[in-house]
Write a protein of this length. Structure first.
Length: 449
């Protein structure tokens, strides 16, 4: 069995080719409703009802030379399985999917040609930033999924098709918790999805995604799904010059074309290979593969073109930054200063404090927007005030500011009642900490840098 260390070593040295689509291959397998135990469309149930079909798809990709295969666990999450009434089967289906992929990979591996298993963790249908689900519930379910994947023998956890930065953070944190509980560290990879609009589904630019996710200790970041490779080029160019970690790309076989028989994908195997040839050469990508509409023939062409190619060096120029849900802002400004709006501080702004005390949350949001319009790069957000429950107030403020203002935040956490992990549960960006406060017995309450 290969291990995560050998995968990470390979990614630093050469191009690793992963597999292509699982869902579209399953759709072509002539499966019946009984195969799905009555849960039509729940592909992950096939890990236990039709393991032969799932295994055959893994074998098909490995036979054409893919270095890695993804588990059939994209939909093993709280939102998806709850829709079928089987949310209690997250661990079972995740482990079963990992075992199948592991068996297939080991069956094709040789002493000088390892094959790896990437544990697929999809986004689900609930966006925590929009209040569809609680961050903690999603995080815990992702942890259960990752625990099953680890038990089944994956070499990496791949958080993919991320559409909401808060959802991506929940998945990453859940995966890291599972690794800690299992006392096993594997590679942690994240692919976000950028739509044809040029942003993620909720409006996040690629810079905001990098700023928010890279500090979480991920080993790779990249793009997958939504579009073909042509629409990904500029976003990959940004990552190539800014990311400190390994880069990945798993595009669809072009943009889907609707016809009388449903959607089809127009990109040929040669065209996909041409695109990934360019990306690995010009942007230094080390992990490539395919998403919707790609087949073993697509991946055969990719393997023949770039498989085993030495990783192209990258000259990165990362910049320390903060990010809102939407945008990243560098701490270094051409104007020679970083402007911090302080009118969202309950101890410094009477208008903000009175609005907060009265529960006029829309007025609080408008104060934040006014500072953004006035040119503030960051907002100093402090809700700590005598006699108030700072945790509850921060929960109200953070959830609204996350979507109502594009400005990044500089937090003053409310005393010891609010921990750093708590901030992550309410917004998808990355923040700086202005100060913290606490009460020391026998001493006045003061600010601790």
């Amino acid at each position: 069995m290969p291990d995560s260390a050998s995968l990470l070593a390979a990614l630093r040295e050469r191009v690793v080719v992963a597999d292509g689509a699982m869902g579209t291959m399953l759709q072509a397998a002539q499966l019946t409703l009984d195969d799905f135990e009555g849960h039509e469309g729940c592909n992950e149930i096939l890990n236990v009802t039709r393991p032969d079909v799932v295994r055959s798809i893994h074998d098909a990709y490995l036979a054409v030379g893919c270095d890695a295969v993804e588990t059939n666990t994209f939909g093993v999450n709280l939102a998806n399985l709850a829709e079928y009434g089987i949310a209690d089967r997250i661990y079972e289906l995740a482990r079963a999917g990992a075992v199948l992929a592991r068996e297939a990979a080991d069956g094709h591996a040789t002493a000088d040609r390892p094959r790896w298993v990437l544990g697929s963790v999809g986004p689900g249908t609930k966006l925590p930033t929009l209040g569809h689900a609680r961050y903690a519930d999603l995080r815990d379910a992702y942890q259960t999924c990752a625990a099953g994947l680890l038990s089944g023998g994956v070499d990496a956890v791949l958080v993919e098709t991320a559409q909401d930065l808060l959802q991506a953070k929940a998945a990453v944190v859940g995966a890291r918790r599972a690794m800690t509980a299992a006392d096993r560290r594997v590679a942690l990879l994240v692919n976000v999805t950028v739509e044809t609009t040029g942003t993620m589904l909720l409006g996040s630019e690629i810079g905001a995604a990098l700023t928010a996710l890279e500090p979480l200790g991920i080993d790779a970041i990249g793009l997958n799904c939504a579009t073909g490779p042509a629409e990904m080029s500029e976003h990959l160019r940004y990552l190539a010059k800014s990311a400190r970690v390994v880069l990945a790309c798993m595009p669809n076989a072009g943009l889907p074309v609707l016809g009388p028989d449903g959607a089809s994908y127009p990109l040929t195997p040669t065209q996909l290979a041409d695109a990934l040839d360019t990306f690995t050469r010009d942007y230094g990508l080390a992990l490539v593969g395919g998403c919707c509409g790609t087949t073993p023939e697509h991946l055969r062409a990719v393997v023949d073109r770039v498989g085993g190619r030495p990783a192209a060096p990258r000259r990165t120029r990362p910049e320390p930054a903060a990010a809102s849900l939407y945008q990243s802002v560098s701490f270094r400004q051409d104007t020679s200063y970083l402007g911090i709006g302080e009118r969202t501080n309950a101890n410094g702004s009477r208008a903000f404090r009175e609005a907060m005390l009265a529960g006029r949350w829309d007025d609080c949001v408008e104060i934040a927007r006014d500072q953004t319009r006035d040119g503030a790069h960051l907002l100093d957000v402090c809700v700590d005030y005598v006699g108030r429950n700072g945790v509850a107030d921060m929960r109200e403020i953070a959830g609204r500011f996350a979507t109502a203002s594009t400005c990044r935040w500089c937090w003053t956490p409310p005393s010891r009642r609010w921990s750093r992990p708590g901030w992550s549960a309410w917004a998808g960006g990355r923040w700086s900490t202005r100060s913290t406060t606490r009460t020391v017995p026998g001493r006045a309450r003061g600010s601790l840098g």
